[in-house]
Design a protein around this ligand. Structure first.
Ligand SMILES: [Zn+2]
Length: 254
């Protein structure tokens, strides 16, 4: 019999299966994203108590499979309950972050940094608000961790290094950035002109710790251009529409 392992995990998605089972997708700190079956989870108050809810942070005990497929979930210890969020808006943003990670990653793909990024973000939402710089920093760093982030420092074609005042053009579909001379003329591509200040902010958000982003203020024009750029950069990699955005539309977007 395969030895069971225990990993720190964040629950991403849960659905009912058969009479009493649950199918659970979770992001671990060591083995990437996994999906497992929790047999009898609906009747077991002891093995999975308050653990199998999206956003919950748990220690997941499971038996891995030698071939890709469902792992067998044995039990959980609760680290941070899904009910930690004091208001519906923070909860809704937490659901957005979790869903974004889920749609951007493949099974068994994932690095410890991705787990720590999501874990820190959810922790910060327990104690503070989902400010615009916090959300943009998370989106930017998630793109980087998932391997889709452009570099923003130089033109993807002529390699000219951008200064603070250089305007540029983002090719959202190909995660590339061009100087105005090299910008493709094709109308087929999703091209977004961005100002030098916005480019600099995108670059800063790559490095900015989330707790600093949460408290920091930025120029509002650069922030809204950044929001547009990031949603455009994320869009080609989303494998399905985000359900959490429907809930988020009830709140004014920061
Ligand atoms: Zn160029």
């Amino acid at each position: 019999m395969v030895q069971s392992v225990a990993h720190e995990a964040i629950i991403l998605r849960v659905r009912s299966y058969a009479e009493a089972d649950k199918i659970v997708t979770f992001l671990t700190d060591q083995a990437g994203k996994l999906t497992g079956i929790a047999k009898g989870a609906k009747n077991s108050k002891r093995r999975f108590a308050n653990c199998l809810d999206p956003l919950a942070r748990v220690c997941m005990h499971y038996r891995p499979r030698p071939v890709p497929g469902l792992v067998f979930l044995e039990r959980c210890e609760l680290r941070r309950p899904a009910t930690s969020y004091s208001d519906p808006q923070r909860l809704a943003y937490g659901q957005y972050l979790v869903e974004l990670v889920d749609v951007l990653t493949e099974e068994a793909q994932g690095v410890p940094e991705l787990f720590h990024l999501l874990d820190e973000a959810l922790n910060l939402l327990v104690t503070g608000p989902a400010t615009a710089p916090f959300l943009r920093a998370f989106e930017m760093q998630l793109l980087q961790q998932a391997g889709y982030g452009p570099q923003f420092t130089e033109c993807s074609r002529c390699r000219m290094v951008f200064g603070a005042a250089t305007d540029a053009v983002l090719d959202l579909e190909h995660s590339a950035v061009f100087c105005s001379s090299c910008s493709p003329r094709s109308t087929q591509r999703s091209l977004l002109p961005v100002r030098g200040a916005t480019l600099k902010l995108l670059l800063d958000l790559k490095q900015l710790p989330l707790y600093e982003a949460q408290a920091q203020r930025f120029d509002s024009t650069a922030l809204s251009e950044t929001a547009l750029a990031l949603s455009g950069l994320l869009a080609p990699h989303l494998r399905r529409p985000l359900r959490s955005l429907t809930v988020l539309r009830q709140f004014a977007a920061p």
